[in-house]
Design a binder for this molecule. Structure first.
Ligand code: DGJ
Length: 697
């Protein structure tokens, strides 16, 4: 577009940005983020850009920059805060050059005090990816207070409403939607992980979007450590969202010659309501994030809720036999197989088979698993150590700690410092060794506590970089493992969904969504999860009834139908399931396998209802097939509609049910399909799966 304005153009949107003024105070402004414009029209939004007002108190445009800094006439939330030698805090940037490569642009700005700032922009499907690189080209070290990956301006509208998820352990990804308050709304994690409490994304609309209609702007951060995302709504009207790694408090040291690269912040503008936004995010995840998006995820069995810590060769083999008989394809041994780990007080760090429980090592178990036709998976928690372990006795300095301060344990464990090369090497050594020795196909990589006393005594001035380096260290170990063992698949877990984000999904294949396996609770969790992340990465198990966590009794079919909305797994104590239950489970596993590509690779439509509370339904469409999973948790308490209206079909095509009944797509979308599950009378917990195949058009 010229030498002072640029555009990142996707198939349906454009993001236009450029230099407001050259010279001493160069500002890179966002000029436009909306529907795609004809190429020749892009310059019009630059021509019409409002000019900055200079007055004693007034600079409402300081939130319109791609990276508002702390420095000069700016009073919004700074995306970049630097303290130079002598306590100087004003960042003053001058534009140097634009480096344009194929699909990427870097705008280079320089502060005469020696800081080089690169603003990077790249298009990936409908998403605009942005990140920042910093290099200290000066003679003195600088201290960084905040280095966000970028700030996004939400275009002027009559109102602003946000959607996001918040929660807690066993209540992850609960959907929140409210008017965006004037002021600053911050979502953050200070735990060292993405956290159960919030997830690093936000959607903003004008207050008029619905599931299927309306313009929605979303911003997400691809990062698995602490983070902060702030949406500011100024009284003057401007709205911007800035997001980046790290939380308020720690500061990062950048010595002369050193560089820092932020994780990507992702911007997506869609039309078509929250549903279209979610589908665009799922597309992005498939084409730009997940390492194996088009592989079918196996139906897995996980022993955790069946045995808890009581893990023995014989018991596991018995479960494996029963699981194989149901059609399970991957058998995962959870916590309790190693070292002295008979409860959560000991053994973490000692990653060899417990000799009392597995006198012959794990070979006998995994050989049997393979003979039964299943793949072999193992639970590990590589970032943790119990003080009562050989590892900790040998390496007490490997954990996060400050000299002379307490080392607070949580779940009786401490956090190993993955910023340290020796810790990473140790981890790669034993993890890789286990894969080779037992021919493992799968790790469930767990992480069960937040950071405390997050010190790194050996790192001196660089100690706070731990908040970044730990996460990068985990990424590096995961990347190395995948490189060494291309067949290995990895599930990310952090006490359930404590580490779900586009950073971890880049190097894992699915995530354990929540420790809450109660089917009804799970519906709300799965709904919030589905806003950003696709079903092929959402692990969901059928467990026992009453549920061990909630004591709620839910029929087996309902439990299955909820878990079938993602990657189906079984996690119950199969030795206690009746013959009828096992028979029913076998046929539901087979039914899932028959539609698995549709659910795992399909386009999601959240059709109706408040999941887990009222009658609701979700639809997946893939190639010529459509699957609707419908639920009704309560009998007469909430009167549902009788019909579910489908979405995203070809209006003139014909769709046929398994019973041979045919409908036009338009009928299914406008008039709907009558669902027995939603019929006004009937017991609690009715559910069903409807499968349609497109037969013409
Ligand atoms: C937390 C996980 O979320 C559970 O599924 C289980 O693996 C336990 N940890 C084991 O300690």
């Amino acid at each position: 577009m010229g030498d002072s304005a640029w555009a990142a153009v996707t198939q349906s949107s454009a993001f236009v940005f450029g230099l407001e003024a050259a010279g001493e105070d160069s500002r890179v402004m966002q000029w436009y983020w909306g529907p795609r414009l004809p190429d020749e029209a892009l310059a019009e939004v630059v021509r019409q850009a409002p000019r900055r007002i200079h007055s004693g108190f007034h600079d409402p445009r300081d939130v319109d920059e791609l990276l508002p800094v702390e420095g000069g006439a700016r009073w919004g939330v700074p995306s970049l805060q630097v303290t130079y030698e002598g306590g100087v805090r004003s960042v003053e940037l001058t534009f140097a050059e634009a480096v344009v490569a194929d699909s990427e642009i870097e705008l280079v700005l320089r502060d005469p005090l020696g800081l080089r700032v690169g603003l990077h922009v790249r298009v990936a499907s409908e998403v605009v990816e942005r990140w920042v690189s910093l290099t200290n080209e000066g003679e003195h070290a600088v201290r960084l207070g905040r280095v966000d990956s970028g700030s996004w301006v939400i275009p002027e509208r009559a109102g602003y409403r946000y959607t996001g998820v918040a929660g807690a352990w066993a209540q992850e990804t609960q959907l929140h939607r409210a008017e965006l308050a004037v002021g600053e709304t911050t979502f953050t994690s200070r735990t060292g992980t993405t956290s159960h409490r919030a997830n690093p994304w936000i959607m903003i609309d004008a207050g008029d979007a619905t599931e299927e209609l309306g313009e929605v702007w979303s911003v997400a951060l691809a990062w698995s450590g602490s983070w902060r995302l702030t949406a500011q709504r100024r009284p003057e009207g401007d709205v911007a969202v800035t997001a980046g790694f790290g939380h308020d408090g720690p500061t990062w040291h950048l010595a002369p010659g050193e560089s820092l690269l932020t994780p990507p912040v992702l911007g997506l503008r869609t039309c078509g309501g929250y549903g279209a936004a979610s589908r665009a995010w799922h597309d992005y995840a498939r084409h730009h994030v997940l390492p194996t998006p088009f592989e079918e995820r196996p139906v897995l069995y996980n022993s955790w809720e069946a045995t808890w810590f009581d893990v023995h060769e014989e018991g596991q083999i018995e479960l494996a036999r029963r699981a194989a008989d149901l059609g399970v394809e991957l058998f995962v041994v959870d916590d309790g197989w190693f070292g002295g780990r008979v409860d959560d007080r000991r053994g973490l760090g000692d990653w060899w088979p417990n000799p009392d429980r597995f006198p012959r090592g794990l070979s006998k178990l995994f050989d049997t698993v393979r003979e039964l036709g299943m793949r072999a998976g193992l639970w590990v928690e590589p970032e943790m150590v119990n003080p009562d372990s050989d590892l900790y006795r040998e390496h007490p300095d490997w954990v996060l700690h400050y000299p002379g301060r307490r080392r607070d344990t949580l779940r009786h464990q401490l956090v190993l410092n993955y910023g340290r090369a020796d810790v990473r090497e140790w981890a790669i050594g034993w993890l890789s060794g286990l894969v080779s020795e037992y021919g493992l196909d799968y790790f469930k990589w767990d992480m069960n506590r937040s950071f405390t006393q997050a010190g790194w005594p050996d790192a001196g001035e660089r100690a706070d970089l731990l908040w970044i380096e730990h996460t990068r260290g985990v990424y590096a170990v995961l990347d190395t493992l995948r490189e060494r063992h291309p067949g290995l698949r990895i599930e990310s877990c952090s006490g359930g969904g404590g580490r779900v984000d586009f950073g971890i999904l880049r190097r894992t294949d699915e995530v354990w969504t929540s420790d809450n396996t109660d089917a009804r609770d799970r519906q709300a969790i799965q709904e919030g999860y589905s806003y950003l992340y696709p079903a092929c990465a959402m692990s969901a198990w059928v467990t026992d009834s009453p549920n061990p966590h909630t004591r709620r009794e839910v029929p087996l079919a309902y439990r299955f139908h909820v878990a079938m909305a993602g990657v189906l797994g079984i996690g119950g104590d199969l030795t206690r399931w009746s013959a009828e239950e096992l028979e029913q489970a076998r046929s539901l596993v087979a039914a899932y396998k028959a539609v698995r590509p549709v659910i795992q690779h399909g386009r999601l439509h959240r059709l109706a209802g408040d999941p887990g509370v009222t009658a609701s339904a979700v639809q997946y469409s893939h190639e010529d097939r459509v699957v609707v999973l419908a639920y009704n948790p309560f009998a007469l308490a909430k009167r549902p509609p009788r019909r579910v209206r489908l979405a995203g079909l070809d209006p003139s095509a014909l769709y046929e049910s398994a019973e041979g009944e045919r409908w036009h797509g338009q009928t299914l979308m406008s008039h709907g399909l009558e669902l027995p599950t939603w019929f006004i009378t009937g017991p609690d917990y009715r559910s069903e799966m409807v499968v349609l195949r497109r037969v013409s058009g």
